[in-house]
Design a protein around this ligand. Sequence first.
Ligand SMILES: Nc1ncnc2c1ncn2[C@@H]1O[C@H](COP(=O)(O)OP(=O)(O)O)[C@@H](O)[C@H]1O
Ligand SMILES: [Mg+2]
Length: 299
Amino acid sequence: MGYVISVTNQKGGVGKTLTASTLASLLTEKGYNVLSVDMDPQSNFSQVAGGPGPIRRYDLKSLSILDVLKQECSIEEATVQTNIGDLVRASPNLTQWTGRSLLSRRDFHDLMERGLGAEEVVALLKERYNTGWGATEHKTLDWALRNVRQRYDFVFLDTNPSLTLLTLNSLYTADFVLIPAFTEESSRKAILELKDTIEQMKAENSDMHAEILGILITKYKKRTILAGQYLKEYERLAKSMGTVLFDARIRDGLAAAEYANQREDLVRYAPKNPVTQDYRVFADEFLERIKARGGSIRG
Ligand SMILES: Nc1ncnc2c1ncn2[C@@H]1O[C@H](COP(=O)(O)OP(=O)(O)O)[C@@H](O)[C@H]1O
Ligand SMILES: [Mg+2]
């Protein structure tokens, strides 16, 4: 049974990519079959997942999640092997796919040329809406993953910071949502927004089952008063959302800031670093939590 885990927070820079890539690395090391899907046009995950072959930065020729979402290839065809498990890379051109709306630029120009009035434009939009235009695009990744998710123990989805069709796709298909967050007001607000997004999506999609696995505090500064206050606040928040604040916390550390420049995952870059140790503790808690929520995993 493969669990799909969306590592999400609508706020950027909270440690989504570090968390997803480090978990992928540690769980691969433990012998689990892991697939990661880089859903962020910035391709940060793809850049730290090295080997066995060299991965070039903006290698536009090889297949990426963009080709999968455009339904031009299967997930298998876009999968590459890396040091930290299998990976479907991102493409900087992902916005090509997410930028679509009920009316394209081309449509707009056509309409202007034909000189249609407001009523006719509204009628066209209504017709598109009613015939399901854009109604199923948030399910594209789910369809793509359908055939492969059973082959893996875990599928990690590393998402982009803002709420786009990419994030919606990752939430729709997720079994669990893992939320990395700082002890800061903007981070707290982002968690509430994410909760609203998930609830709204569930109200519109009865088949959606994403459950918030928990909130993971990252860049934790132990002895500050603010961090202490937020811990209590987050515990309350987690409880009110029917989830948990993980006991494990990821401290603020230089290695975590440096690893990405090295084009390696954190575990390879700094295996004995305290931040890596924090992630090891978290990986065990993560597995326990999945077992508690979902049941069977190997090992
Ligand atoms: N625990 C940490 N301590 C110090 N720096 C961190 C920590 N976690 C993440 N960072 C750094 O913060 C930045 C954002 O992290 P990243 O994982 O890319 O966030 P996101 O994917 O949410 O945008 C990166 O430069 C990263 O190296
Ligand atoms: Mg990221």
